[in-house]
Design a protein around this ligand. Structure first.
Ligand code: ZN
Length: 254
C-alpha cells in the first residue's frame, strides 16, 4: 500500500526487516517506535509552527482531559465504520482521532503527518495503526484505491490526492473549525463550509453536513494549551481560567 515518495519514482515499498525499500533501491528506516519517515529533502522547510513540541503536548493534554470527546463522538457517528474498513487520516497530528476511532471500530488505520514529534507520539500511543511522516500537501505515499475512508480533521486538504487514494464507493470526512470554535479566545471566525464544498465538488459529492459544538471550563494551564495548539497568532492577553467553546463543521463526501 505504501509507495516510494521519491519524485517520479512512486514504486511500491516493500518491507525488509527494519526498513522499507522500492525496486530502485530508495530505502527508508522504520523507527524504533514503528513509524516510517518518508519525508523528502524538499519537504522539510514547510514545517509549521503548530508542530512544536509544546503544541503537540498541549493538544494531547486537552484530549486527555476529555474536552474533545464530544467532537470525537460526532465524527464517530458520522463515519459509522466496521472492521472491514481501511482508513487514512491525512494530517493526523498526534493520532488521537484516528487511533481512538480505530480502536472503537476495529478498522485498519493509517496516519500521515509532516511532524516527526507528532507521529512519534502517535506511534507510541496507538501501535496497532501504521504511522507515516510525509508531506500530504504534496503527495500521499499510498497506492491508488487503497482506502475506504479518508479523514482530514482541521488539517490542510489535498482533494486530488484524497480522490486518488480512495477506492470505489470511498468516503471522505472533512472537519473544519466552525465560526464559534474558541470564540472566547479569538472572536468569531469565518464559516468555511461553502468554500470547502466548492473545492471538493470536482471530485466528490456532499453526502451529509453537521456542526458539533461543546464547551469546557478550563483552568489557566489548559487555556494555555489551547493557545499553544492553534496555528494562527492571537492577541496577547493574560491567560486565566475560562469556559472555552470547541466547534467543528463536519462534511461527509463520497
Ligand atoms: Zn523509489
Amino acid at each position: 500500500m505504501l509507495v516510494c515518495p521519491v519524485r517520479d519514482c512512486h514504486l511500491p515499498l516493500v518491507r525488509d526487516n527494519r526498513r522499507v525499500a522500492c525496486e530502485r533501491g530508495h530505502s527508508f528506516d522504520i523507527a524504533r517506535s514503528g513509524y516510517i519517515n518518508l519525508l523528502q529533502p524538499q519537504d522539510r522547510r514547510s514545517r509549521k509552527p503548530g508542530d512544536s513540541n509544546a503544541a503537540i503536548a498541549g493538544r494531547r493534554r486537552l484530549h486527555d482531559l476529555g474536552v474533545t470527546a464530544p467532537l470525537l463522538d460526532a465524527i464517530s457517528e458520522m463515519i459509522g465504520r466496521s472492521s472491514d474498513d481501511t482508513v487514512l487520516d491525512a494530517g493526523c497530528g498526534d493520532g488521537f482521532y484516528l487511533g481512538t476511532l480505530a480502536r472503537r471500530f476495529g478498522f485498519s488505520g493509517h496516519g500521515v503527518d509532516i511532524s516527526v514529534p507528532a507521529i512519534e507520539i502517535a506511534a507510541k500511543q496507538y501501535p496497532e495503526c501504521s504511522w507515516i511522516v510525509a508531506n500530504a500537501d504534496r503527495f500521499l505515499p499510498c497506492s491508488d484505491d487503497s482506502f475506504s475512508l479518508v479523514i482530514s480533521i482541521t488539517a490542510r486538504m489535498n482533494p486530488a490526492e484524497f480522490r486518488r487514494v480512495l477506492g470505489k464507493n470511498g468516503q471522505l470526512l472533512i472537519a473544519l473549525p466552525a465560526p464559534d470554535d474558541l470564540i472566547e479566545l479569538r472572536g468569531r471566525g469565518r464559516d468555511r463550509t461553502a468554500r470547502t464544498v466548492d473545492t471538493f465538488l470536482r471530485d466528490f459529492a456532499l453526502v451529509k453536513q453537521t456542526r458539533v459544538t461543546t464547551s469546557a471550563d478550563l483552568d489557566a494551564a489548559a487555556v494555555r494549551d489551547v493557545l499553544n495548539s492553534v496555528y494562527r497568532p492571537m492577541r496577547a492577553q493574560p491567560v486565566e481560567a475560562t469556559r472555552v467553546t470547541f466547534s467543528l463543521d463536519l462534511l461527509l463526501f463520497r
